[in-house]
Design a protein around this ligand. Sequence first.
Ligand code: NAD
Length: 352
Amino acid sequence: MEPFVHETRACRVIFGPGSRRLLPRELEPLGVGRALVLTTPEQAPLGQQVAGLLGDRSVGVYSKAAMHVPAEVARAAVAAAAELGADGCIAVGGGSTIGLAKAIALESGLPIIALPTTYAGSEMTPLYGITEAAHKKTGRDWRVAPRAVVYDPELTLTLPAGLSMTSGMNAMAHAAEALYAPDGNPVFSLMAEEGIRALAAALPHLRESPQDLDARGDALYGAWLCGTVLGNLQMGVHHKLCHTLGGSFNLPHAEVHTVILPYALAYNAAAAPQAMARIARALRRDAAPAGMRELGEALGVPRSLREIGMPADGLDRAADLVVASPYPNPRPIEREPIRALLQHAYDGLMPA
Ligand code: NAD
């Protein structure tokens, strides 16, 4: 057994169909009596429902959350929270909405309760990002991590089929990289493997029956585990590639994770054999990279960077950016193999 450090962070998690109705009782322990509910414009009606559950302990619904947390949206939300005298935020949505709550918390210290409606995992992390003039400034601060998370699978029933699949693959990517993280440990590895197992089992069911509440619950449980390891461990080449492609080429977040994952696993396969064995076991397949690719095929997700809008003439610049400031990774992040990986992913070839 290798030496390790494990730290447990305080976050209360409430899980179960209909658990959003338990939200009111979560306010008092956090001292919240004037909650501001946050959503995207599309999820505003859901925000109104949640505000309705809170009655006079809600000061309103702010429905302007947008992908990558534009700085002007963050500033306006901070001002709105102050004007309304909010003493806490309820983020109802995916990574974009939870990201907006984190931007408010960063400025004001207000506690966050999250009700996640995707599988992205931001609710379990201290990671934040704010985009100013096309540059996403990211950081890590446990003050922005939600203090309570209410996982109600009923809130994910409306998640479109395609986004359900890619969001689930996005979550599995966190767990896959946790299994070879330099600061990993046996407890987080258990969570990571179980997170991949739960999602790999649930997603094929959801593709057939998006309204299957049991499968929705299993997927959300997997997403919780995957988000937890994302929040606690350092990510590697996969996340570096995705942050570069998403940030510099504006590719859609969950799709870019989905396309890159089998290629990132192939890149690291020889350098991280134990992690690969655990990923393969969780997928119930023979090998991690091919198994992840096969799962993607079964789920009908995008397989190439080309089909999600990557310009062919951007591959060289992407490779340069990735090697310029690499993340820790079991195999060194080097220009030539990274460029080859990107070409493979662009063409959607079998990962090798
Ligand atoms: P998202 O929050 O951007 O949501 C995508 C779209 O789906 C939005 O229009 C939203 O309204 C809609 N939607 C979400 N849930 C729905 C539901 N249940 N039913 C119907 N529509 C629904 O998507 P995401 O993939 O969850 O988040 C992506 C963003 O989160 C990116 O900016 C990414 O960088 C960030 N992120 C941050 C972290 C972190 O730890 N800080 C982790 C993961 C993702």
